[in-house]
Design a protein around this ligand. Structure first.
Ligand SMILES: CC(C)(COP(=O)(O)OP(=O)(O)OC[C@H]1O[C@@H](n2cnc3c(N)ncnc32)[C@H](O)[C@@H]1OP(=O)(O)O)[C@@H](O)C(=O)NCCC(=O)NCCS
Length: 181
């Protein structure tokens, strides 16, 4: 029996793997016939949430999406496939990786077009934080992503603290300029 079977509070990466494929229609594109960036971000959010749901088995909300590089445009009529899995679980949050490919339906060529990391937070019906099971990385790639996720979390926390300080300083300056004590 694997440790994930013997302990329901530990789950495998394989159990979180999720996938979705969409055909890109005119409503999804800009006037150049390329998939809108916001539409792709919506697909990324949905596919990421699927992995987080499979890990936590409760409601999840998107807490953050790291910057996305749109490596190449996705064109009208192409098939876009997104794959996601949880990289690491913390107390109430999970980092999920999403990778996106576009497939030309006539030539069959498939190219990587985008990747993103998202953090989802588990909540109950009232929006209260929920503990999530821990993740057991098994393969060398999963172990590498698990380690990298902790590094990214520390980076996010440092960035978030820096932005908070900036906001407080801006607010204080605006209040001083408005003559508030
Ligand atoms: C995400 C949310 C639930 C966090 O609530 P909170 O009271 O600030 O929670 P805390 O500060 O105690 O953090 C709880 C967890 O969320 C993580 N978290 C909170 N804000 C985060 C952010 N901006 N980025 C990444 N992780 C974040 C914390 O690291 C912590 O993780 P851990 O418990 O696994 O260590 C809350 O900010 C929220 O509801 N945001 C709006 C979400 C939303 O509407 N999303 C879009 C639609 S789904």
């Amino acid at each position: 029996m694997s440790s994930s079977e013997s302990n329901p509070m530990v789950r495998t990466v394989a159990g979180t793997q999720s996938e979705m494929t969409e055909i890109i229609l005119p409503n999804d594109t800009n006037i150049l016939g390329n998939l809108l960036g916001g539409r792709l971000m919506h697909f990324i959010d949905l596919t990421g949430a699927m992995a987080a749901y499979r890990h936590s088995r409760t409601h999840v909300v998107t807490a953050s999406m790291d910057h996305i590089d749109f490596i190449r445009p996705v064109r009208l009529g192409e098939l876009v496939t997104l794959k996601s899995s949880v990289n690491r679980a913390f107390a109430h949050s999970m980092e999920v990786g999403v990778k996106v490919w576009a497939e030309n339906t006539r030539t069959g060529s498939v190219v990587h077009v985008a990747s993103a990391y998202l953090v989802f937070v588990a909540v109950d019906d009232q929006g209260r934080l929920q503990k999530v099971p821990q993740l057991l990385p098994e393969t060398p790639d999963e172990i590498r992503r698990y380690a990298d996720a902790l590094r990214r979390r520390k980076h996010r926390e440092a960035e978030s603290a820096r932005r908070k300080e900036e906001r407080l300083a801006t607010n204080a300056q605006e209040e001083a300029a408005a003559g508030n004590p």
